[in-house]
Design a protein around this ligand. Sequence first.
Ligand SMILES: Nc1ncnc2c1ncn2[C@@H]1O[C@H](COP(=O)(O)OP(=O)(O)OP(=O)(O)O)[C@@H](O)[C@H]1O
Length: 699
Amino acid sequence: MPHTIETSPMVPRWTPSQTRDETNTNTPDYFPFGDSTAVPPPLHQRSINSTSRHSMEAVAITMPSRDAYKAQDSMRKDRGILLTWEDLCVSAVSGKGGNVSILSGLNGFARPGEILAIMGPSGCGKSTLLDTLAGRLGSGVSQTGDILLNGRRQKLVFGTSAYVTQDDVLMTTLTVREVVYYSAQLQLPDSMSLADKRKRAEETIDEMGLTGAANTRIGGWAHKGISGGQKRRVSICMEILTRPELLFLDEPTSGLDSAASYHVMSRIAKLARREGMTVVAAIHQPSSEVFELFHGLCLLAYGKTVYFGAAKDTSEFFASNGFPCPPLRNPSDHFLRTINKDFDKEENAEARTSNATQAIQHLVNSYKSSSHAQKVLQEIAEIRQVEGATVSKGGQASFLTQSLVLTRRSFVNMYRDLGYYWLRLAIYIALCICDGTIFYNIGHSYGSIQARGSMLMFVASFLTFMAIGGFPSFVEDMKVFQRERLNGHYGVGSFVISNSISAIPYLALISVIPGAIAYYLTGLQRSVDHFVYFALLLFMCMMLVEGLMMIVASIVPDFLMGIITGAGLQGVMMLSGGFFRLPNDLPKPVWRYPMYYISFHKYTFQGFYKNEFLGLTFPNNQAGGPPTLTGEEICRDIWEVEMHNKWIDLAILFGMVVLYRLLFFMIVKTTEKVKPMIKGWKFKGPKESTHDSNSGSSP
Ligand SMILES: Nc1ncnc2c1ncn2[C@@H]1O[C@H](COP(=O)(O)OP(=O)(O)OP(=O)(O)O)[C@@H](O)[C@H]1O
């Protein structure tokens, strides 16, 4: 290749290039963002204007022919993703109905094997840019402009991109090793052996310096586990397991000390180079060592580009615009300080404010007319011209594997999380002892008819109502699910199946042990088949309430609001279930039709009554009536239940269990599909962004 490189006579004050990575000593300096072991530089980066004041004049390179460029580019096509964005604008709806601009007219690109850092003062739009590029913008925000992958308008699919969010949403009950290993099993394809998946997980744990903490639980509010910085690294571990071609990192070093920050970023840089990964990282305050690892820098101030180009040339850009970095100051600190106007008023009254504002204005204008900005546009045009490979879906574990792994993970989590079932089991036992002793040995007198009804009503309503106790733990599960789902680790179907199956043993335990205490202390029908029906009905109701709470959680993700909503819904169902007001007395509109039939308590009451009363006879104390009352008469005339087979009630409840879970599935799926449509409809701009949202979601 006809590249010749000449060292610039201009020595920048801060020259990070040679120390970019320990494995990178042979990296030629011509590459705009530093090194490139695999990717050849595009044409414009070699057509350097020697009169430029900025760093690109530091090298003089012989231009290869366009054919050579195309040949190099075809090599590049097979290796990773070239991400470009052009004239990218993002705005949000303001309180008064207008639009507030968050990002305006951004251009840029990120290349395989490199790290592009997005920096700027807090609130400048780093996360928004990252979200936009990853196709994850939330509702209430609109975007315009072009985002291309390998010069094409195409969708990000599973296995091609991963996103490490600012928050570390992890399963608190699992150890670091378990979290990463389960994640490896969920994400890596079935064609990879379990041993290889374990090896990949161990390697990744090691890469992130977590070997020492591998057997420590993540921990949450109840148990102190690993530190915040270690959680950060676990989050990164999970997303780099598949070696995605495109990696988005939001504040990857927050919570890490400077040494850990350096090690984490250098491992990511190494991985990026080795695997041809394109890394885009929003970062707050990198140390000078970490800054040296960046190839490109996108410096934002209040939604505008202050600088986009090689990270190592930033100092020179600032210096040439009258803002040289003082000696002994970390350059990134200097850049951020120069363009932060948030605290100026407090710091130095009026004069300083106008200085910072002017500095930003000056730098933004200077950048716009600089060769850096021209080069970015040129680069984008080149990439557009030579359309690269289409992004294809990476291999992924099958639906069955995912369901099995998730079931195992969920089962372990439920076992270790005291609040999920164990606390409930204890409370249920206590309640059933209370229930059983209050109604102890109820007998077969006339008065026992009402007492039986009340006891069964308590079991059917309050014990099932208590199933909302596991809601906070479920909301935590949902957060993990939402994060993993957004990253396309698995589908909604696997989550629903795994959550349902893993809950069965615990709910069975809760139905049988406390149920037996209440049942036998009260002295209900002694035969085993009657008790089995009783326990099955209780179990089905708990499954049903859990399903109901899943639906609530998908709509109201806050656990306090969710508990209130769930309790309210159950209260309405209880009221219309036919006990507090007998079915024939229920007002016909709404309460009898349809609420009575929607309320699962109807079927529970009916099943319990038929199971208990049928086959028994009671003396009749009522004057003028027959001397005895049969169970059938009691069910039909006193409780006004429908006299079909009791197993039909159980079957209807089972159908409702399935229906509720299907509803949850459909709500999540519909939300995923409808949200972007509503967004598109709400913000019909002149030139909508062409990048697909919902990037990571698997089909
Ligand atoms: N959905 C939204 N509605 C209204 N304003 C929003 C929305 N999303 C972001 N913003 C605003 O856009 C600006 C940029 O937010 P963003 O989170 O991207 O900043 P950031 O640079 O990542 O900040 P930090 O470094 O503190 O995380 C902020 O002022 C924020 O309030």
